[in-house]
Design a protein around this ligand. Structure first.
Ligand code: GTP
Ligand code: MG
Length: 216
């Protein structure tokens, strides 16, 4: 029997081609947003990348777009402190979010981005899917559950993307995946497939491009 929440398979050639074409288009940094009234006009669809600090959101955007320095990635958790909008071609925004679950910045600052993050996730009409990144070594943690709960309430479909799978393979990864699946079963807004990636090794990047290109 197929497990619930199977891993998204390699795209068929047509879907792969759509993904390739979409990401062959220009990717540009548009703006960093610090308040809801700074959001760009909601004139096209967007997908966002959410997840705990250091999970690999910015690195994944760089891998998808093929532009190493596009989103600022760093070893220092809490690097991304604004909602960063990137254009992908002329019909899609990619949105890099500040990480959550990181307590080592001044409390006032953390509270401010967390409020913004929540307002954005719950209130952006053109947000078609939130990718919730989960570190393959750690699985789903309480702050992920909280964000997933918020997305359930806001009826924003979210899809789990496992990151850093170069660091976790075979049975150890399967075990983490099993527990991720158990958690996802409790979330009505969870998309029924999981994407496995390693930005470092280029695993799953073509698949995720095709997934994004398939979102209307
Ligand atoms: P914040 O902006 O702080 O929330 O972090 P982030 O989620 O954007 O993480 P970022 O992309 O900055 O990556 C954090 C660290 O993880 C960096 O040192 C990356 O090089 C590393 N990293 C990201 N993806 C991978 C991966 O697939 N494999 C490995 N081994 N390391 C990765
Ligand atoms: Mg980042």
């Amino acid at each position: 029997m197929q497990p619930a929440f199977p891993i998204t398979g390699e795209p068929e050639s047509e879907a792969a081609e759509r993904g390739r074409k979409l990401f062959a288009g220009q990717s540009e940094f548009l703006k960093g947003v610090v308040a809801m009234d700074g959001l760009p006009p909601a004139d096209r669809i967007e997908v966002c990348f959410a997840g705990r600090s250091n999970v690999g959101k910015s690195t994944l955007i760089n891998a998808l777009t093929g532009r190493k320095g596009l989103a600022r990635a760093s070893n220092t958790p809490g690097r991304t402190q604004e909602i960063n909008f990137f254009t992908q071609g002329d019909r899609l925004y990619l949105v890099d979010l500040p990480g959550y679950g990181y307590a080592n910045a001044p409390l006032k600052v953390v509270e401010k981005w967390q409020r913004l993050l929540r307002a954005y996730l719950a209130g952006r009409a053109t947000l078609r899917r939130a990718f919730v990144l989960v570190d393959a070594r750690h699985g789903i943690k309480p702050p992920d559950q909280e964000i997933m709960g918020l997305l359930d309430k806001a009826a924003v479909t979210f899809q789990v993307v496992m990151t850093k799978t170069d660091k976790m393979k075979g049975p150890a990864l399967d075990k983490v995946l099993d527990s991720v699946r158990m958690d996802l079963a409790r979330h009505p807004a969870a998309y029924p497939e999981i994407v496995i990636t390693s930005s470092e090794k280029g695993i799953g990047i073509e698949t995720l491009r095709a997934v994004i290109a398939g979102i209307e």
